[in-house]
Design a binder for this molecule. Structure first.
Ligand SMILES: Cc1ncc(COP(=O)(O)O)c(C=O)c1O
Length: 406
């Protein structure tokens, strides 16, 4: 390659420095990749070659959206009237979500505190933009859902990982959050119960104490309630019953099996609604109208979704009974969502390598813990049990057979 040397700058590796700058991504975009993608790609290669893989790596339901939701979407498509909606969401959907709080928790929530979002993922972005300034610190559990950390970093904020351990039943406590606050002030704390990747939940009293302690110190409480409805050990409590100031983020993705429809919602303190409305108007204009129509009808499909949940319960029992016999006897409390977080340190200290070998040699795909916890995740694997019960049975048999020869 001919190398040029101009007035504006140096030539580096055949490319002019100023042109290289034009192609350079921002520092804030340097977020970590999802290691599970490697496992998924390897699984796809095995399947393309005619092999069999039991999928327990992706955190999404195998079942489709409720029939009522799909029917409503088809009728709306037929009519063709699909335009922008109000930035905060269609009024009838916001009213239906408000009724859900009354039905499910006995909580009175006015529809005008509800904002429809493009999945809970967009809810986080809107909530963070509405309450945080660059440099603000937010406590998140470690292990925890990686996008919490990555979205915060991309917005110029600082995630403050709180290590959760057996001693605290794998939940954040008043003590460890306030200790982090004393180190350097926190602006917010973000809690999910049930959580991903652990599937662990916080009892109501612990949640209440944590919210009270945080708000007493001026720390905002954000509650990710995306796995509500999928609770087996005890009933999940909404933060809305414990505080009027908490920000609640939820989604149709998990309980209602609507991941690809990209629709969720937030419940905000009244004082934040207008800020989020302005943000949503500018960032997204509105949430897809078709998904809003489907989401409203999804509430009529609760019977169908309860049957799906019974399937998860059967899968959970099967894993709790079968995995110890297969060699994985240590896992975190399996309270809710559809995850089991297993300690594999008896076999390996490299969860990515273990996941790759388990896939290649046993035909079972799971997610390495390092995706969720850069410190201790090398000792854990996350199993998603949202698939079919025969698949889960087959996975336990395959893992047992494999580990006996490991
Ligand atoms: C804990 C948690 N929160 C939020 C999300 C984002 O989901 P969505 O944007 O589909 O609502 C996920 C997805 O897996 C999750 O596990």
């Amino acid at each position: 390659m001919r190398q040029e040397r101009g007035a504006q700058g140096k030539v580096i590796g055949g490319m002019h420095e100023s042109i290289r700058d034009l192609l350079k991504p921002s520092r804030r975009s340097e977020v970590a990749p999802f290691m599970v993608m490697d496992v998924m790609a390897a699984a796809a290669r095995i399947e393309a070659a005619g092999g069999r893989v039991v999928h327990m790596e992706v955190g999404q339901p195998a079942a489709p959206a409720p029939a009522a939701a799909r029917r409503a979407a088809m009728a709306a498509l037929e009519k063709g009237d699909i335009g922008y909606t109000h930035a905060l969401g269609v009024a009838s959907l916001r009213a239906r979500i408000a009724r859900h709080y009354q039905d499910a928790y006995g909580a009175a929530v006015p529809p005008d505190r509800i904002v429809v979002t493009t999945g809970s993922s967009a809810g986080f972005i809107l909530a963070f933009l509405a309450i945080l300034d660059p440099g603000d610190r937010v406590a998140v559990a470690s292990p925890g859902y990686p996008p919490y950390r990555h979205i915060l970093t991309a917005l110029g904020c600082e995630p403050a990982p709180i290590e959760i351990t057996e001693r605290t039943r794998y939940a954040m406590t008043v003590e460890n959050v306030l200790a982090a606050h004393r180190e350097r002030p926190l602006k917010a704390v973000l809690v999910a119960s049930p959580a991903n990747p652990t599937g662990t939940m916080m009892p109501r009293e612990d949640l209440r104490k944590l919210i009270e302690a945080c708000e007493g110190e001026g720390i905002r409480f954000i509650s990710d309630e995306i796995y509500h409805g999928l609770d087996y050990a005890f009933a999940a409590e909404t933060a809305l019953k414990l505080s009027d100031r908490a920000i609640v983020i939820n989604s149709f993705s998990k309980y209602f099996c609507m991941t690809g429809w990209r629709i969720g919602w937030m419940v905000l303190p009244e004082a934040l609604v207008r800020s989020v409305e302005r943000l949503q108007q500018n960032i997204a204009i509105s949430v897809p109208a078709l998904s809003q129509v489907a989401a409203e009808a999804a509430f009529d499909g609760r019977g169908e979704m309860e049957a799906v949940k019974h399937g998860y319960e059967a899968n959970r029992r099967l894993l709790l009974e079968g995995l110890p016999g297969a060699g994985l006897e240590r896992f975190l409390p399996v309270d809710g969502a559809f995850y089991l977080y297993a300690d594999i340190s008896r076999f390996s200290n490299d969860s990515l390598d273990f996941a790759k070998r388990m896939l290649a040699e046993a035909g079972v795909a799971a997610t390495p813990g390092i995706d969720f916890d850069p410190v201790n995740g090398h000792k854990f694997l996350r199993f998603c049990y949202a698939g079919s019960t025969p698949d889960m049975r087959e996975a336990v048999e395959r893992i047992g057979h494999w580990l006996r020869r490991y």
